[in-house]
Ligand binder design. Structure first.
Ligand SMILES: [Fe+2]
Ligand SMILES: [Fe+2]
Length: 269
């Protein structure tokens, strides 16, 4: 990677600011700068994907594991104090105050709406990745479980299996293996047995197209100028999500603790 000294110094606030930094701070700033540059470089046309071994080699360079939920770790700097959740918290409250993947799921649901998907698929797209707030590893299964008491079986099926289908192209349906996965999992990644088995099971299921259409509408290239508002989905949420009157986390359902964990992630135990 080429380092442009002038840009780097400017990014830190100029030569005078750099002069006031100690050696350690400079090294840290350089590292941050390089990692930003690296991310930008990955976005370029000339993509170079890491290998599985290279990604494994990074494990001990972090103070967290990559499968940890978004509300529990900050990729950059310290975590922020969270606003309290209202009593009787609704799904919309979680969207506004806790979920960490909002832009991504709004864009996916917007695309599903624009391409004339059924309301169940639009809703599944709207919530397909919000479980990553709690935990990223196996987020399809966690997500389906979190939503199961409140949605139709088809929606839960779509959430659960979109995770496995993402690894398998379906040209006919218009889904290709995403470059992002080569970056995230490694170019030579082979899905583990539980993903392979889930794919086989789903491929032969009568509801195959439900999770498949979630993957088709799963967007990773955002247009930063398109701002999708949750408001356009309020009617869909009203029809597709059985909001518990006690509030999510307080309804004593088998999954209430999962919602509570997102509501109070600073609880030490
Ligand atoms: Fe996902
Ligand atoms: Fe997604």
């Amino acid at each position: 990677m080429n380092l442009d000294r002038r840009l780097f110094i400017a990014s830190l606030g100029g030569a005078a600011a750099v002069a006031g930094m100690d050696h350690e701070a400079r090294a840290e700033a350089l590292e941050d700068y390089m990692s930003d540059q690296l991310e930008e470089a990955l976005d370029d046309e000339k993509k170079k994907f890491p290998s599985v071994a290279e990604l494994e080699g990074q494990i001990e360079t972090r103070g967290f594991r990559r499968g940890a939920g978004g509300v529990f770790v900050s990729g950059r700097g310290n975590v922020k104090k969270l606003p309290p959740m209202p009593a009787n918290a609704t799904l919309v409250d979680y969207f506004k105050l806790r979920f960490t993947t909002v832009n991504h799921v709004l864009q996916s649901a917007n695309r599903a709406m624009k391409t004339g998907m059924t309301e169940e698929i639009i809703f599944a797209c709207l919530v397909h990745d919000v479980s990553q707030t709690l935990i990223k590893v196996d987020h399809g299964w966690f997500g389906a479980q979190m939503f199961e008491p409140y949605v139709s079986p088809k929606v839960a099926f779509a959430i659960r299996y979109h995770q496995a289908l993402r690894f398998y192209p379906d040209h006919e349906a218009g889904y290709e293996y995403p470059d992002l996965y080569k970056t995230m999992f490694g170019e030579d990644y082979e899905p583990p047995p539980h993903i392979q088995a889930a794919y086989k099971y789903t491929r032969n299921h009568k509801w195959y197209m439900e999770p498949r259409l979630v993957t088709v509408n799963d967007l990773y290239a955002f247009d930063p100028n398109v701002k999708v508002s949750l408001d356009q989905f309020l009617d869909v949420i009203g029809r597709q999500f059985k909001q518990p009157k006690e509030g999510l986390g307080n309804d004593n359902s088998p999954v209430a603790h999962m919602w509570r964990a997102m509501a109070i992630p600073d609880a030490p135990l």
